[in-house]
Design a binder for this molecule. Structure first.
Ligand SMILES: NC(=O)c1ccc[n+]([C@@H]2O[C@H](COP(=O)([O-])OP(=O)(O)OC[C@H]3O[C@@H](n4cnc5c(N)ncnc54)[C@H](OP(=O)(O)O)[C@@H]3O)[C@@H](O)[C@H]2O)c1
Length: 261
């Protein structure tokens, strides 16, 4: 199977199914559609049986909670790629939505898979919601799996002539409004899917925005220009979430996942 999206990447194959978490969401639905278009066997994991009809023909749908071991055994069977797009805007359920599914999937994987994790531009600005997204990022980086972490700007706030993707590092924009950067949902999904088969995207974390200009044909060039992650954070991230002040449960999760693969 080859990647046949209109965005070129190095043409590594995705041999098994791609599982999409948060598949019912505003990004997840684009990811499912684009994964199918790329020629990947595609599974959507949803919590509500009423969401089965959301997806194009060809998508497999698994219904259940993404932290349930039995559900994940079915959803992850043979999987070679996982895209996380689930999440919440609320601090109240941030741990449950932003973190638990990441931990549960990494725990449940029986063989290595390529990971694409969507968090958010501004994730290093401390808030309960951001911190749980950042802990999910840290688990992925510690796992020993190949991965890409995409931190998108404001969804669909781009003007029609803002299609030129800009990949930033260091999470330098903290205004908390669309002046931080904007990008279309479609291009977020495209980037997540392209990363799965790109060697140049492995072990990279970046903020994703779009500026005035046309879309690039080759995302590999953009991925290749980035610094790789060396440790638990993005390479230029502010060092403002010290491990020795992190919750004990999270530190236990981190120890358990380290070099599991
Ligand atoms: N809007 C922006 O500009 C922007 C920019 C950057 C990042 N983000 C981040 O993007 C994330 C998703 O936003 P969205 O607009 O796509 O939201 P959305 O359309 O509401 O989708 C959220 C998805 O997450 C799932 N979900 C929610 N809580 C969950 C839980 N406890 N366990 C498992 N899955 C859960 C939902 O599943 P159900 O259908 O089952 O509820 C749904 O599939 C948010 O975390 C947000 O911070 C947003």
């Amino acid at each position: 199977m080859s990647n046949e999206t209109d965005t070129a990447t190095s043409n590594t194959t995705m041999k098994g199914p791609v599982l999409v978490l948060g598949a019912s969401g505003s990004i997840g639905r684009h990811v499912v559609a684009q994964s199918l278009e790329a020629g990947f066997e595609t599974r959507a994991l949803v919590r509500d049986p009423g969401q089965v009809s959301l997806f194009p023909e060809g998508a497999e749908v698994v219904v259940g909670d993404p932290t349930d071991a039995g559900v994940l055994a079915e959803a992850l069977d043979g999987t070679t790629g996982v895209v996380f797009t689930q999440g919440t805007y609320s601090d109240a359920d941030a741990e449950q939505a932003n973190y638990w599914p990441v931990k549960a999937v990494l725990d449940a994987l029986k063989a290595p898979a390529r990971i694409a994790l969507m968090t958010a531009l501004g994730v290093t600005k401390p808030t309960p919601g951001h911190d749980w997204k950042r802990r999910g990022e840290r688990l992925v980086r510690a796992s020993g799996l190949p991965y890409t972490i995409v931190r998108p700007g404001w969804f669909d706030y781009n003007e029609p002539d803002e299609q030129r993707l800009v990949l930033r590092q260091g999470d330098t924009h903290w205004a908390g409004n669309s002046s931080d950067g904007v990008v279309s949902r479609k291009q977020i999904a495209q980037t997540l899917i392209a990363s799965l088969t790109s060697e140049a995207a492995d072990h990279k974390t970046f903020e994703l925005v779009a500026e005035k200009g046309g879309a690039q044909a080759d995302l590999d060039l953009l991925f290749a220009a980035l610094q790789s992650d060396a440790d638990l954070d993005g390479p230029l991230d502010r060092d403002n979430l010290p491990l020795d002040a992190e919750p004990q449960d999270f530190l236990g999760d981190l120890d358990a996942i380290r070099n599991r693969f």
